[in-house]
Design a protein around this ligand. Structure first.
Ligand code: MN
Length: 294
């Protein structure tokens, strides 16, 4: 049994009674893991910057017309791990996510590098067998190993595809290697919606995305799915990305038709205040959709 403690700064400047760990329905988990970044660094400070930015959020959701914070949003202290030891971080996080779901709550993990999604999915799988993953990302992350590590952020989707899950849908892809392309062509488990295909016909993909997913869904959002003109502060930026309403429209469709059991938001860097605020806004939207459609 894990004891959860409130993080020293909490998501959203909401009244205290709505940030209580016991009562909150949504649990924010900051995980500042940064061990295998390959280009730009600074994701380990992103969770706290997003949480700081969240204190400027408007409490009311303008399109759903309710105040999501009234369901309770608590922010717990990061799981503790041995610095430099990715495996130790992943096992602590897996236990944390498993416990949050056992308590009937909705986990939203803020990274940190994308590697953490492996632990999130393993934690969720303890409770749900019929699980699929919807991953927003510029990169396929399907390499079998990278920089001599099989737990690099560049391999996370490959590791997830080896777990006992129904399917993976990747949206926004616009960078992949020959090895990854061969892997995609060799498996039915991974469906890839490339950014350019999506942007040519968003309506078609939004209407069909639910049919590619099983009933229970984990959503991972690598912030580099967004175009760098909107979110420049990411570890591996790629041109030609999705814009705000592209991502919001997909989320709305999936939350309306599926049981989303958890989410993470990863790969943001801390330096750009606008990118951090956009991430906080996205997290509040995830919470809004979860409780609007349940
Ligand atoms: Mn990426």
């Amino acid at each position: 049994m894990i004891m959860f403690y409130t993080h020293y700064v909490t998501f959203g400047d909401f009244p205290e009674e709505y940030k209580d760990i016991e009562k909150a329905r949504a649990i924010i988990v900051p995980v500042p893991l940064e061990e295998t970044s390959t280009y730009l660094s600074g994701t380990r400070f992103a969770p706290d910057e997003v949480i700081l930015a969240s204190r400027a959020l408007e409490w009311f959701d303008e399109s759903l017309e309710f105040e999501p914070f009234r369901k309770g949003i608590a922010t717990i202290a990061s799981p503790l791990w041995e610095r430099g030891n990715v495996t130790s971080c992943l096992s602590q996080l897996e236990e944390t996510v498993e416990e949050i779901i056992r308590q009937g709550k909705f986990p939203i993990v803020i990274g940190g590098e994308h590697t953490i999604t492996f632990a999130d999915v393993r934690g969720v799988l303890k409770h749900y067998s019929d699980l699929s993953c919807l991953i927003f990302d510029a990169h396929a992350d399907l390499r079998s190993s990278y920089d001599r590590s099989s737990f690099s952020h560049a391999c996370v989707t490959r590791r997830i595809s080896e777990l006992d899950i129904e399917s993976i849908v990747e949206v926004g892809i616009r960078s992949l290697s020959l090895e990854e392309n061969d892997y995609i062509n060799s498996t039915d488990k991974v469906r890839v919606i490339k950014a350019r295909d999506f942007l040519r016909d968003p309506k078609f993909f939004i209407e069909n995305i639910s049919s590619m997913l099983s009933d229970n869904v984990f959503i991972s959002i690598d912030m580099d799915v967004f175009d760098p003109s909107l979110v420049p502060a990411v570890g591996t930026p790629e041109p030609g990305g999705l814009l705000w309403y592209n991502v919001i429209d997909i989320l709305e469709e999936v939350f309306a038709h599926k049981n989303v059991v958890g989410c993470d938001v990863v790969e943001l860097l801390w330096m750009d205040k606008t990118s951090c605020f956009i991430t906080a806004r996205l997290i509040y939207k995830l919470i809004a959709y979860k409780f609007f459609y349940e």
